[in-house]
Design a protein. Structure first.
Length: 401
């Protein structure tokens, strides 16, 4: 391909910003005109503010990706909470039983298993990288329409501005305007659960450990924060999640203490609260001519393993690599056969993770005595499985795709 390639990235979340930064710092950057458009105001993070409600578990492989674009050092030096252990157990056993799953960084020869990081901090760090690059950043600008034009597309904003694009990257979340505008259908189903999130101060030290207990109503995750608190993601019934939003602090603390089997002692509410409906979603196509979907625009998985952000970052890395190689080979990155290379690389892996998370959630939510015994036996065997265990952890760390 000769000449400049106009790339419009719709969505300035972590995934959209990352793919932009990868392209803006790549060897082919001189051949790219990059524009980010987002309907929301620019994300900002202030270190003196309290830890934000929305956080993500960032695997070590994802941290390395962010380091490659020059964003990770700012995240690490500001407020990243490393965790070097993980404990997973069923409500029918205890966190210290032989049935519980245990993962420790030392076992896998890594400094840590991952980091808990505020989404706004990740966005702020990547945006500061992009401020130094030749990228047009457009915020607080909802899109009015996206239409095919010549061999590409035209994006029209509500304020009247228009942008022609040889390639549109849809990184605009679960309700993707891009996906809907180009007619890509999704397969989706409700989990019948909602995620309640807040911060708690535990009586006992979290020991830089991520804790997860599977309950019949859904999993409870407790993620360590650097200041000693924990970030809680309680996937439970929609009724219980709504109750938790408005419950008295002492009642909520007791309920979460019971749900966690008091593994960290008494829990005290120490942060804002929020609730989010849980729904699985997978785009039937990731690409069309001149369009590619990444992150939540392409797939939405259950939060029980904290893999949502990492899957999106892997999408970003793969798509940027496909675009770069196409330009080097004289191909048009917007051509569907080229974009299909990205789709073939990521769609199967994301589908496998989505269905695995869905199946795992259903397995632990059953009241069947037989299935309870089978899953307990399975967890015990997994702890001793050697290569299987190593492969699964490698995927979770982002070392394997």
């Amino acid at each position: 391909m000769n000449g400049q390639l106009n790339v419009v990235i719709v969505g300035a979340g972590v995934t959209g910003l990352t793919v932009t930064a990868l392209l803006a710092t790549s060897e082919c950057r001189e051949r790219l005109n990059l524009t980010i458009i987002d309907a929301q105001e620019r994300a900002k993070h202030f270190p003196d503010d309290d830890v934000a409600l929305r956080v993500s578990a960032i695997a070590t492989g994802s941290a390395a990706l962010l380091e490659s674009i020059g964003a990770w050092s700012a995240v690490r030096d500001t407020r990243a909470s490393p965790y070097d252990s993980m404990r997973v157990w069923d409500e029918s056993s205890t966190a210290e039983s032989g049935d519980a799953l245990r993962f420790d960084a030392a076992e896998f020869a890594v400094p840590q298993l991952g980091f808990i990081v505020e989404n706004a901090l990740l966005q702020d760090a990547i945006l500061k990288v992009l401020d130094q690059q030749n990228v047009e950043l457009i915020f607080a600008s909802p899109i009015e329409s996206l239409r095919a034009k010549n061999n590409g597309h035209q994006v029209a904003l509500e304020d009247g501005r228009k942008f022609d694009a040889d390639l549109i990257i849809g990184a605009d979340g679960a309700r993707s305007f891009v996906r809907n505008s180009v007619g890509i259908d999704t397969d989706e189903w409700a989990y019948g659960q909602a995620a309640f999130v807040t911060h708690l101060r535990p009586e006992n030290a979290h020991k830089n450990t991520a804790w997860q207990r599977f309950l019949s109503t859904g999993p409870l995750g407790m993620l360590p924060l650097a200041d000693g608190r924990i970030s809680v993601v309680w996937s439970t019934t929609e009724e219980q999640a709504q109750w938790a939003v408005s419950a008295a602090e002492d009642e909520l603390g007791m309920a979460l203490g019971d749900a966690s089997d008091h593994v960290l002692g008494k829990l005290s509410v120490a942060g804002p609260r929020g609730v989010f409906p849980l729904r699985a979603r997978h785009a039937r196509d990731y690409v069309k001519a001149g369009v590619a979907l990444i992150g939540d625009a392409a797939h939405a998985v259950h939060p029980l393993a904290g893999q949502g952000a990492n899957l999106g970052l892997q999408d970003a890395a793969t798509l940027a690599d496909v675009i770069g190689k196409a330009l080097q080979n004289g191909e048009h990155p917007g051509d569907r056969p080229v974009l299909r290379r990205y789709e073939r690389s990521r769609k199967g892996a994301n589908a496998a993770m989505l269905h695995f998370m869905t199946g795992l959630n259903r397995l632990f939510a059953t009241d069947s005595a037989l299935l309870k015994e089978l899953r307990t036996t399975g967890m015990r065997l997994f702890n001793r499985s050697g290569p299987i265990r190593e492969h699964v952890v490698g995927v979770a760390l982002g070392a394997k795709r």
